[in-house]
Ligand binder design. Structure first.
Ligand SMILES: Cc1cc2nc3c(=O)[nH]c(=O)nc-3n(C[C@H](O)[C@H](O)[C@H](O)COP(=O)(O)OP(=O)(O)OC[C@H]3O[C@@H](n4cnc5c(N)ncnc54)[C@H](O)[C@@H]3O)c2cc1C
Length: 395
């Protein structure tokens, strides 16, 4: 999602200076472009306004809309450890004069839209499925050899190859972070009651449980818990799982009427020691991964994209070498500050809600209730979550 957006953004003529660029996109895996329309992708993303605007600018948004997406107008967060009616937080898009707070979009829909967009842009050559056999960083260029013997050279290589980034390892860039000792179980369910176009999140001591609204009254589930518990939840019968899920969610949407397949993803938090090296920049999960509890991972990656495009275009405008470390450092400074504040906030939230200490529980009840009553504070939080008061949007 992140690398393809960058390629489209750089190539599709957003800035005159970038039209001279030739871009190669190398992906090891062919995206799935056809599927049964009655099914939902288990992987979805809550896409913020800032990311929506970026997709619009790169020409992918209309292609997403043509497929399927679900706007959500409200967000309801509550704490399992609080007495009923307290420890709640409700965000309503109407309070902010917005039509929605964002969109829940299946990852395969985003990938397909970007793939279609790439096919339309002659400056982009797509190598897929293709794997890199070697990469050599030289003073004036980077030389890449694909496993099929194709050789490419570039002024700049961008590693957008996810949290296990091969490019990052080849460039010997270390990461710092830690395992959460949590895993996320994902599935799609149909609930008895309509989800009210609301993103629901209940904080349990074991981790957050989210119900994200899809079309036709379906919801996408992200249930973060211990790896053992996640494994157990995939092994019990569908009927038993439905009962446990309903209980964990306090039956907010009535009975769970159907459950699609279940899958588990390990959760990690890390940030790379460096986002850049001479002739290399890392973007998206290759540079940082965070807990999915606030649905910000890919949105941060798309923030990287917007910033890197600006940095590259400015360098081209000033007739500078786009792979020069001095040029790329501007991108690193810009994004590190913004990403780190989100990483720290998400880690703090996860710890805050994971605590069983009564003093912490009382404090978080008080904080949630107070925040819920303070509309200006809530609006500020939402603006941050929607990415509309950050400085990474396109100039
Ligand atoms: C359960 C869960 C829920 C989430 N929910 C949200 C959410 O609601 N909102 C949100 O913003 N984020 C969410 N995230 C985070 C989000 O999914 C990631 O941040 C996002 O997928 C990162 O995108 P990316 O393009 O950087 O990396 P990836 O999606 O990992 O893509 C990496 C790409 O690199 C390719 N690749 C990998 N290795 C190689 C190689 N050696 N050679 C060539 N190509 C290679 C892959 O094929 C792939 O195309 C969630 C994460 C999880 C686990």
């Amino acid at each position: 999602m992140v690398g393809a957006t960058l390629a489209c953004g750089l190539a599709c003529g957003l800035a005159e200076e970038a039209r001279q660029l030739k871009i190669a996109v190398i992906d090891a895996f062919e995206p799935k472009l056809e599927w049964d329309k009655g099914s939902y992708d288990m992987r979805v993303s809550a896409i913020t306004r800032a990311s929506q605007n970026l997709f619009k600018k790169v020409g992918a948004w209309d292609k997403i809309v043509e497929q399927r997406l679900s706007p959500y107008t409200d967000m309801f967060v509550w704490d399992a450890g609080s007495p009923a009616g307290s420890g709640e937080l409700h965000f309503d898009s109407a309070d902010m004069g917005e039509t929605d707070l964002g969109h829940i979009i299946e990852n395969r829909v985003i990938v397909k839209a970007l793939h279609q967009r790439i096919q339309e842009i002659p400056q982009i050559s797509l190598h897929c499925p293709a794997r890199l056999a070697s990469i050599a960083f030289k003073d004036e260029e980077v030389v890449l050899q694909l496993e099929d013997q194709t050789q490419l050279s570039a002024n700049l290589v961008v590693g957008a190859d996810g949290s296990r980034s091969w490019i990052r390892q080849q460039a010997d860039i270390a990461v710092k972070g830690w395992d959460f000792d949590q895993a996320a179980l994902v599935t799609t369910v149909k609930t008895e009651k309509y989800h009210q176009d609301t993103a629901w999140q209940r904080f349990l001591a074991t981790g957050p449980l989210a119900f994200l609204p899809l079309t036709e009254g379906y919801s996408s589930i992200v249930w973060s818990t211990s790896p053992d518990e996640a494994k157990r939840l995939t092994q019990i019968s569908e009927a038993d799982f439905a009962v446990e899920l309903e209980q964990a969610f306090e039956s907010k949407l009535g009975k769970i009427e159907s459950v699609a397949g279940r899958a588990v993803f390990p959760l990690r938090l890390f940030e790379t020691m460096h986002y850049v090296k001479p002739r290399l920049a890392l973007v998206g999960d290759a540079a940082h991964t965070i807990h999915p509890l606030a649905g910000q991972g890919v949105n941060l990656g798309l923030g990287d994209v917007a910033s890197l495009i600006t940095v590259v275009v400015d360098a081209l405008h000033d007739k500078k070498d786009i792979g020069e470390l001095k040029v790329l450092r501007r991108y690193e400074r810009w994004r590190r500050a913004e990403n780190r504040s989100m990483l720290v906030a998400m880690d703090g939230l996860k710890r805050l809600f994971g605590s069983e200490l009564s003093v912490v529980k009382n404090l978080r009840d008080f904080g949630l209730n107070l925040t819920n009553k303070l509309t200006p504070v809530k609006n500020l939080i939402m603006q941050q979550a929607m990415g509309i008061n950050t400085d990474s949007n396109y100039k």
